[in-house]
Write a new protein. Structure first.
Length: 372
């Protein structure tokens, strides 16, 4: 059950305690308070978890501070879009809004290999007016003999340089929960010049114990990459593990599915699921064209497959693009064939702009002629 409080209720209001007290009166029910911060409004939701079947909604509806009570028996209790529930408000982080209307592009290194690569990448982003990036420090590799990432050793200069080049948010994968502490410490030591989106890689999509620990911290939002060999429903349930532990600032990233039916692409592109995830949940949706396609040769029209699938995601309403770049792909230690280069950034962004405008026109058209 979700109890949505009136938007004017302040986070420290004694009225919230009244809601929690009523919840405490029901055996086997646990109440968790969550502040939902959106671009246009913030509100507080209280999630009741456990044996909520016998709990009457009226017990909460009669409280002055309660806007509505949603009985959720279906899937995706916290992240789902349920009948009667407020709009997908999303969240703010580092002064940026992440919701189902926003669009952010996060170009950066698949794997950090040197201070110089990080600096050249961030300088290129600053010149292009981009404040969001990706930087892989911990790399989950198929072979134990491949480069595993520089780990915590690179964090001090990644964060320092992010500050220097005004990068506000960096998507960074973790492969073990202990790395959250390493990131916390390095960020504090650097004076918190940037923010981190904790990335859960496709290989950890059902690492439930790690997902729970990620959900128990509030400092970092989460970029969850869909499991490459499981159903969409299973991936959305995995996101619920994070949300049910208290952190519902999650973005779901589509990155292609593992099957040789997608050959010659690295994975079978699944960006047709952008509107599906937006309909089923309140999460913003990211697309990763690099790990979907895996290579950057152009089609006869001169447009690379990476750009084509980026456009497919953006025209379907994607809210974020996570994409591999490298100042010198010949020196990249991970996924070199799919890395775009810094001079390719400006036209890549312009292409996205064209498609985003087309999406906005399509949305306006759909609003004029709604299909029921
Ligand atoms: C990545 O983004 O660096 C990555 C390893 O992606 P995925 O988990 O989708 O394979
Ligand atoms: Mn990669």
């Amino acid at each position: 059950m979700i109890i949505i409080l009136k938007p004017e209720t302040p986070p420290d209001s004694p009225d919230i305690q009244k809601v929690l007290d009523v919840a405490a009166g029901f055996e086997g029910v646990e109440a968790r308070k969550h502040l939902v911060e959106g671009a246009s409004r913030s509100l507080i939701e209280v999630y009741l978890i456990g044996a909520t079947g016998p709990v009457p909604t009226e017990a909460f509806e009669k409280l002055d501070c309660v806007e509505s009570v949603v009985r959720v028996s279906e899937k995706y209790r916290i992240l789902g879009r349920h009948k009667g529930q407020v709009e997908a408000v999303g969240f703010s982080y580092q002064g940026l809004t992440f919701d189902q209307d926003s669009l952010h592009v996060l170009p950066g290194l698949c794997a950090v290999d040197s201070r110089q690569s990080v600096e050249e990448m961030f300088a290129g982003l600053k010149a292009a007016g981009i404040q969001t990036s990706r930087m892989g420090a911990y790399k989950p590799r198929t072979s134990p003999y491949d480069f595993q990432g520089l780990g915590k050793e690179c964090l001090p200069y990644v964060f320092e340089l992010a500050g220097k080049y005004d990068i506000k948010v960096i998507a960074m994968e973790i492969v073990h929960e202990s790395q959250i502490d390493e990131i916390n410490e390095a960020l504090d030591a650097a004076g918190s010049p940037t923010g981190v989106l904790l990335q859960v890689g496709t290989r950890n999509a059902q690492n439930f114990e790690m997902l729970k620990v990620i959900g128990q911290q509030q400092r970092f939002p989460v970029l969850f990459k869909r499991g490459m060999g499981i159903t969409l429903e299973e991936s959305l349930n995995a996101c619920e593990y994070v949300a049910s532990e208290g952190n519902r600032n999650i973005i779901l990233c589509l990155r292609g599915m593992k099957t040789n039916l997608g050959d010659p692409h690295r994975n079978f592109v699944d960006f047709g699921h952008v509107p599906v995830v937006k309909r089923l949940t309140r999460m913003p949706v990211c697309v990763d064209p690099s790990h979907s396609v895996g290579r950057k040769e152009p089609a006869p029209d001169g447009i690379t497959d990476i750009q084509h699938v980026t456009a497919q995601g953006v025209i379907a309403g994607a809210n974020m693009v996570l994409v591999d770049f490298h100042p010198d792909p010949s020196k990249a230690l991970c996924d070199a064939p799919q890395a775009l280069t810094v001079p390719e950034l400006a036209p890549y962004l312009e292409d996205i702009q064209i498609v985003r405008e087309a999406y906005e026109k399509r949305r306006a058209l759909a609003a004029r002629y709604p299909i029921s």
